[in-house]
Write a protein of this length. Structure first.
Length: 334
């Protein structure tokens, strides 16, 4: 065999090995991609039309946390099949809430965006910090949002918040609830360390409940948007959520003896009697629950892809159950 022939054989062998190696790499990459999808184990998520309007089959709207092109998008799923196929809207939210065909979407770009039923932008307002809580009133006329302006966790004490309330009927924006008069222990309380967060609205579109922190303690407050006042009702209550009938709030409460980074348990408070009832969830819940019916609340807990949603009866009975995986900020659309 001549030198030229040997070179040609060698070259052919190199090319063949390269082709075989490339095919192996592509097959491995494909298998890895399939494995990632199988490990994700998430439901099918496809782009489609999403509406906040009531009517038709009940749905749950939420922020989708499943890996893929639709992560962080506002998404819906049939309420009766929460593990079923999801419809993604293309609208990205870090925090979200909706009621009566109106939505509030807190975005990573530093905006609070009010949405109509078709998810069109009604108005946008700058955020002063990191989004953490959002609420729409039952009638869809009020929007509230809370941001961290110092620190990024409720677990410790070194944080500062700012909570704003927007009246969608008049366009009036209360930039900070700290400007309201706070009544504590029967008298007006003024301090530099007052922080509000976790607003929940009553059906009269005027009354609200929230958390206020001052003097190193947290309190449940009842507020009046017209009078621009807030009154403390109870100590050690955070992120309240008012029941659909307006008689109870479910909140997270710091319990002595629990780890500093996971100190909360969920409790229900009967507003008329003042009676507290611990819920069956034994894990620490750092969330503002959402009522998904007259007697059930939903909330997020850490999951493989950020967060999973769970539900538990609001009367202390039963056991928590996983509602859906890879989701946060749920809202029931009747």
């Amino acid at each position: 065999m001549t030198t030229r022939s040997r070179l040609l054989v060698l070259l052919a062998a190199v090319v063949l090995l390269a082709l075989v190696g490339g095919a192996a790499v592509l097959r491995a990459a494909d298998r890895a991609g399939q494995k990632d999808k199988e490990q994700a184990g998430g439901p099918r998520v496809t782009r489609g039309q999403v509406s906040l309007a009531a009517g038709g089959e009940p749905r749950i709207a939420f922020r989708n946390m499943a890996w893929g092109p639709h992560r962080d998008e506002l998404t819906t799923v049939a309420a009766g099949r929460p593990d079923g196929p999801r419809t993604a809207s293309g609208v990205n939210c870090l925090r979200f809430h909706a009621a009566a065909g109106t939505g509030i979407c807190l975005q990573s770009g530093g905006k609070a965006v009010v949405l109509d039923a078709s998810l069109a932008e009604v108005s946008a307002h700058p955020l002063a910090g990191i989004p953490t809580r959002a609420r729409i009133s039952p009638g869809g006329h009020l929007a509230a949002w809370t941001v961290f302006v110092g620190g990024d966790s409720y677990a410790g004490t070194n944080f500062s918040t700012r909570t704003s309330v927007l009246d969608l009927r008049t366009g009036r924006l209360e930039a900070s609830l700290e400007e309201f008069t706070l009544h504590k222990d029967g008298k007006a309380h003024r301090a530099a360390d007052i922080n509000y967060w976790g607003v929940t609205f009553a059906a009269d579109e005027r009354t609200f409940y929230a958390t206020v922190a001052t003097g190193g303690r947290t309190h449940l407050v009842r507020g009046d948007l017209t009078a621009r006042t807030a009154t403390t009702l109870r100590e050690n209550a955070e992120c309240p959520s008012l029941s659909p009938d307006g008689t109870r709030v479910v909140f997270k409460k710091r319990v002595a003896g629990l780890p500093a980074e996971a100190p909360w348990r969920l409790y229900a408070l009967d507003l008329a009697s003042g009676r507290e009832t611990p819920l069956a969830e034994q894990r620490s819940v750092d969330d503002q629950v959402v009522w998904t019916g007259p007697d059930t609340v939903a909330y997020a807990l850490p999951g493989d892809f950020g967060a999973d949603l769970y539900a538990v009866p609001a009367d202390g009975s039963g056991q928590p159950r996983r509602l859906m995986s890879s989701a946060v900020a749920p809202v029931l659309l009747p």
